[in-house]
Design a protein around this ligand. Structure first.
Ligand code: ADP
Length: 626
């Protein structure tokens, strides 16, 4: 938001969910005034549209308020037997112009509502893609998505409808009030009393409506998150026949949303009689008192008609103001969730260059400096639980370094640190001799490409997936990486070749194909440093041998850091780094490490690092879990 609220205020460094919880504390200002102030803030950047709409509403209301006066004249004139058609024509014209002006104003406000939501959604999307990596560990993606979709939709209703009702309602009610005071102060007093009773009832209900609505939005977010969990692991759900359990689990959230929705409806339905009391009661009071007066010759029939019309102009807009305030309170839950997401801390990428990479020749290696070096790196995801302690090693240009270690030793964590997903607690990561902290995340990431175990393939064509890092890659470059990764045969087999759409998470491809697509994408970027996580997983013996050749070729062009689980991969490396849980790594060649590192010896001889004993091989079938 550009008015100095969350988005523009920038990330609140170190903001955590605990901080979010603190913001939700009972000390938070939940008053109607605070809610209306929020509504006002949301319209920042659209104030001129609001001003025009207000002026149109004002003009429309003035025309509306003039109608009872003309009606009174017409009634009185007809009573005196005078010609009334010019007055009736004037009444008709006033009505038509009022309707035209009213609809123009309403359109402006509705468009503004759409504009507010568009900006919120753009801010949210831009932010949610740039959060600090830890935030994704803390939040569920389904819930974050529902903030962009469901919560903003509710906010659009609030902004456009509530603002329309608040603006028009307040202005028309104020005008009617002045004219009623002028026409008949006593009758106005009676109307005001009935309205005051209704206001008291309504205010006491608003807080409950807000709380129930907050609970409902949270539950809807949880439904989205739980559904995403189940759909993301559908093969597991199916194989373990857990559909009923998952349905029940999500059903419990749906139930919570239902209960909160019913509670909101209950409170809102209690509110309706209160508002009705104001409307009907006022009319009744005016009718009885005014009628008695006309009967007693204390006023004209025209006065009574005009006063009744003004009463409707006061009471009906007031009821729409009540409705608007209740809508604003309902939207506050959605606003809190959107606001929370907008305050989550984002990554600082350093001096940024948002342009995608262009196809370029193999990078030239600066003499002497390793492509990557870790110096005494210490890191833990949670304070007091170190994962890496004193890790130092280097990956020279055009060399292949294998990273080995037992499961949980921190191999993937090394990749996460090199990719800048997390900052080391101590020590430094350097690229070409320059600290990553000095280069900035963006510059570091331009140097690297990564193929991790998840081998991400996204919904889209095969071409889009392969050229993800270099959208403008020339055809010859694409052919080069297809040939390097032995994907040509797959492309020939697919119905539309490179332009075939691969399903959600690439699930129309086999595990090995996905892995080779990810490798082709990485190679197309011609990185200075390539990070490969278990590149021979999911490959059969033929493809594994082919990939080993690819890696040799690749190592001619760039530095290669490989997490290896197979002895064959390790033996092709120029250098091996063995991660020891809880202490610094051991480094050396295969023979050196066999001779002096018991952990390496154990890995090399145990199941963990046995030739050809990797994860399930690729037989061209679909992997169960995308
Ligand atoms: P490896 O790749 O060697 O099997 P990892 O680097 O994946 O090991 O994990 C190292 C340790 O860090 C493990 O104990 C793991 O549980 C923990 N860990 C990994 N990722 C996270 C995370 N996002 N949050 C908290 N702990 C994590």
């Amino acid at each position: 938001m550009s008015d100095g609220t969350a988005a523009d205020a920038g990330p609140a460094p170190g903001t955590t969910v605990a901080d979010d919880a603190a913001r939700e504390s009972p000390g938070e200002d939940r008053s109607t005034r605070a809610a209306v102030a929020t509504l006002y803030r949301l319209t920042a950047g659209h104030r001129s549209a609001v001003a025009v709409a207000v002026m149109l509403t004002l003009a429309g209301s003035a025309l509306g308020l003039a109608q009872p006066l003309v009606a009174r004249q017409a009634v009185d004139a007809s009573g005196r037997g005078e010609v009334v058609w010019p007055l009736l024509a004037l009444l008709g014209a006033l009505f038509l112009v009022e309707a035209a002006i009213g609809s123009a104003g309403r359109f402006l406000l509705e468009r503004m509502g759409e504009g507010v939501v568009r900006r919120l959604r753009m801010d949210l999307v831009g932010r949610l893609l740039r959060l600090e990596m830890r935030e994704y560990d803390r939040h569920r993606s389904g819930d974050l998505i529902s903030r962009v979709t469901t919560d903003t939709t509710l906010l659009r209703e609030v902004v456009s409808q509530a603002l329309v009702d608040l603006v028009t309602g307040s202005l028309v009610a104020a005008g009617a009030l002045v004219l009623m005071a002028w026409l008949d102060p006593l009758l106005l007093l009676l109307v005001a009393l009935t309205v005051a009773v209704a206001t008291a009832v309504v205010s006491s209900l608003l807080q409950g409506i807000r709380r129930a609505s907050e609970r409902m939005q949270d539950s809807v977010g949880a439904v989205a998150a739980d559904l995403e969990r189940a759909l993301g692991a559908l093969p597991m759900v199916r194989v373990h026949r857990a559909e009923d359990r998952e349905t029940a689990r999500i059903g419990a959230r749906v139930e919570e949303a239902y209960e909160a929705g019913v509670r909101t409806a209950k409170l809102a339905s209690v509110m309706s009689p209160a508002v009705e009391l104001a409307v009907q009661g006022s009319f009744l009071v005016v009718l009885v008192v005014g009628g008695l007066r006309v009967g007693g010759q204390a006023g004209s029939l025209g006065d009574l008609v005009a006063f009744l019309l003004y009463a409707s102009y006061l009471v009906l807009p007031l009821s729409s103001v009540f409705h608007a305030v209740s809508l604003v309170q309902r939207g506050m839950g959605a606003h809190r969730r959107v606001d929370q997401a907008l305050r989550l801390p984002v990554e600082h990428t350093g001096p940024s260059d948002a342009r995608p990479r262009r196809a370029r020749p193999a990078p030239s290696a600066p003499a002497g400096r390793p492509a990557l070096a870790l110096h005494d790196v210490r890191f833990g995801y949670d304070p007091g639980r170190p994962v890496l302690s004193g890790v130092s090693f280097a990956v020279p240009h055009r060399r292949q370094v294998a990273l080995v270690g037992p499961s949980g030793a921190g191999k993937s964590t090394v990749f996460a640190l090199v990719a800048g997903f997390y900052e080391p607690d101590a020590g430094a990561v350097q690229f070409d001799g320059r600290p990553a902290a000095e280069l900035g995340r963006d510059a570091c990431r331009r140097r690297i490409a990564m193929v991790d175990q998840n081998t991400h393939v996204v919904h889209g064509t095969l071409r889009e997936n392969i050229t993800y890092a270099v959208p403008e890659a020339p055809e010859a470059e694409i052919r080069r990486v297809l040939s390097l990764t032995r994907l040509e045969e797959l492309v020939d087999r697919l119905p539309c070749g490179l332009d075939t759409v691969v399903g959600e998470r690439g699930n129309t491809l086999s595990g090995g194909e996905r892995q080779r697509v990810a490798l082709a994408r990485a190679l197309l970027a011609r990185p200075a440093l390539l990070l490969l996580d278990e590149p021979t997983a999911h490959l059969d013996a033929i493809n594994e041998a082919a990939l080993t050749t690819v890696m040799k070729d690749v190592a001619q062009e760039c530095a290669l850091l490989v997490i290896a689980h197979r002895l064959s991969t390790v033996r092709h490396a120029d250098h091996i780094v063995v991660l020891h849980p809880g202490r610094g790594p051991a480094c050396g060649s295969h023979e050196q490490l066999l001779a002096r590192d018991p952990l390496y010896r154990e890995l090399a001889t145990s199941q963990m690092l046995r030739p050809g004993d990797g994860p399930p091989a690729d037989h061209g079938g679909r992997r169960a879990n995308g």
